[in-house]
Ligand binder design. Sequence first.
Ligand code: PLP
Length: 392
Amino acid sequence: MKVNKNFDNLVPNYLFADVARKTNEFAAAHPEKEIIRLGIGDVTLPLAPIVVEAMKKGCEDLKYKDTFKGYPEYEGYDFVREAIAGYYKSFGVQVAADEIFVSDGAKSDCGNLPDIFAQDNTVLVTDPVYPVYVDANIMAGRRIIYAASNKENHFLAMPDERVKADIIYLCSPNNPTGAAYSAEQLQAWVEYALKNDAVILYDAAYEAFIADDSPRSIFAVDGARECAIELCSLSKTAGFTGTRCGYTVIPKELRRGGHSLHALWYRRQATKFNGVSWPVQCAAAAVFSHEGLQQIQDNLNYYRRNAQVISSALDALGIYYTGGKNAPYIWMECPDGMGSWQFFDYLLQNAAVVGTPGEGFGENGKGYFRLTSFGSYEKTTEAVERIQSLLR
Ligand code: PLP
């Protein structure tokens, strides 16, 4: 028996462990100080009432022989897929219900989708990066190349004609930078993918935060149906981080090497995935109902207001940042040329505020810092006041 040696190539990531350790040490040394966490990557507000009611009703169904449900369909129940297709339609994107696969979340799909691609494909990710794209492909033994997102391109890396990539992960609005691609920029990526016979895995986990005319889906762009797969999640859209539900869209016309990628993914899911539970799918469908879409806006607006508080303070301080407008993340340049960890320590020691050092997300995160809007309004305001008086 041999273990998968590719695991030896994973770079250990102690980012959140180190953040927790340093924060705990500070708390133990300064019990009188109230620490405020602006590094939270999880939602904090509860599910919308209509979603909980739908989930309760789903549980009730399981109590009776006539309404009991066993294994769900691998790709999700039709009424959920219809509801998701209707959601796409509400922002002007045509996606057929039978192109949608309901899943237990975008993280699994980001990591599992490469199962349908050969090992010798080159994977391109933008740097800084959501680490799952990198680690999942290292485990599978694929070569990774990086496209730099930096201040020059406003943390929106663009394709380079001289580089050959086969699988491209794009995340917009981006975690960790909060930056969102415009339609023209996505068009350039689609053209690159079509020219190179590549496939884009487009992570739209934060699309619900988009507040300007940035595309909510890559399928808003011409040609994307021939080169892109889209992943999305109810985690940040509707607070499903603990409930678990997401979806992936694979257009029927997307083919490579004589194969339908939709058919390959169906085969993969049918082999390794047994679907999402009935109560959770009932809850997911409720998110996309008329009332559900209205109710989830309350939480999204709450987080948006926090993001606005943080962005306004950085504007007043004249600090460069991306995000905050179309995303729950604010990606700020560390002041006075400080390194990410140096600024982390400075903020913790002098303001008792915790954020996430950008270098944990890649080379181009050095000198940057991620703040999030998932905390309470009161704590966010308090933290921002502390930051302002420290950096003024
Ligand atoms: N994609 C991105 C870019 C994320 O930031 C996250 C979660 O933080 C996910 C996917 C995971 O989503 P899910 O909770 O649906 O697995």
